[in-house]
Ligand binder design. Structure first.
Ligand SMILES: [Fe+2]
Length: 237
C-alpha cells in the first residue's frame, strides 16, 4: 500500500509538471507578433493559430506624416507630374494621327511608343499618390487648367514641326520634374526615385526627337536640313 502511494504521488507530480509546462508554453505564443522582435507589427506569426489574431493593418512607412507641408509637397510634385504627362499623352496621340511628310511613318510609330510609355508613367505617378494617402486628379479640366504646356496645333502636322514641338515639350517637362526631385528627395525619397525614373524616360524621348535634327547637316540619305546647317546643342542640363 505504501509502495502504491509513492507511485501514485510520482505519477501525479509528473502529470502536474507537464500541465504547468504546457500552460507556460501556450502563454508564450502571442496572438499577433506585436511583441515579437524582428517581425512586422500586426502580422500574425507562424506560431499563432490565426483564429484570435486581429486583421493586419496597413501602416505606410518612410512617408511624411499626414497634414505636414512635406507630404503636401510630395503630393503636389506627383499631381503636377501626372497632369503634364496626361497633356503629353493627348499631344503624342494627336501627332501620331496627324503627322505628315517624308518622315510621317517613322514619327507615327515613334509617337505611339512615346504615348504608351508616358501612359504607363502617368499611371505610376497617379497610383503613388494613392500610396501616400492622397487622391489623384486625372480630369480633363485639370489638364487644361494646370499643365502650363503649349497646346499642339490642330490639323495636319508637318514632320519637322512635330519634331521641334516635342523637343521643346520634353525639355520643359524634364526640367520641371528635375526640380521636383530636388524638392522631395529628402522628405520622400521613394517618390523622388519614382520621379527619377520618369525623368529618365522623358530625357530618352527628347533625345529620340533631337536626333532627327542632329543628323541632318551631313546626312547623305535625306538631304534635309531641319536646323539651318547648325549642329543642335544638347539642351537641358
Ligand atoms: Fe494608331
Amino acid at each position: 500500500m505504501k509502495h502504491l502511494n509513492i507511485v501514485s504521488v510520482l505519477l501525479l507530480t509528473t502529470a502536474l509538471m507537464s500541465g504547468v509546462q504546457a500552460q507556460g508554453a501556450a502563454s508564450q505564443i502571442p496572438a499577433t507578433n506585436v511583441n515579437t522582435p524582428g517581425a512586422t507589427p500586426g502580422q500574425p506569426t507562424a506560431q499563432s493559430t490565426g483564429t484570435t489574431s486581429p486583421l493586419p493593418y496597413n501602416t505606410p512607412s518612410r512617408l511624411p506624416s499626414a497634414g505636414t507641408d512635406d507630404l503636401k509637397q510630395s503630393v503636389a510634385a506627383l499631381q503636377n507630374t501626372l497632369t503634364e504627362l496626361q497633356a503629353l499623352q493627348l499631344q503624342t496621340k494627336q501627332a501620331h494621327w496627324n503627322v505628315s511628310g517624308t518622315l510621317w511613318y517613322t514619327l507615327h510609330g515613334l509617337l505611339q511608343e512615346h504615348y504608351e510609355g508616358i501612359s504607363a508613367d502617368a499611371d505610376m505617378a497617379a497610383e503613388r499618390m494613392l500610396a501616400v494617402g492622397a487622391s489623384s486628379d486625372g480630369r480633363a479640366i485639370t489638364i487644361v487648367a494646370s499643365s502650363r504646356l503649349p497646346e499642339i496645333p490642330g490639323g495636319f502636322l508637318d514632320d519637322s514641326q512635330v519634331i521641334q514641338f516635342f523637343i521643346y515639350q520634353y525639355e520643359t517637362v524634364g526640367q520641371r520634374i528635375h526640380q521636383r526631385i530636388n524638392d522631395v528627395e529628402k522628405v520622400d525619397p521613394s517618390t523622388a526615385n519614382l520621379l527619377q525614373g520618369i525623368e529618365t524616360n522623358i530625357e530618352k524621348y527628347q533625345w529620340q526627337f533631337r536626333a532627327f535634327l542632329q543628323s541632318t547637316p551631313r546626312d547623305p540619305n535625306t538631304g534635309f536640313d531641319l536646323n539651318n546647317g547648325n549642329a543642335v546643342p544638347l539642351r537641358g542640363k
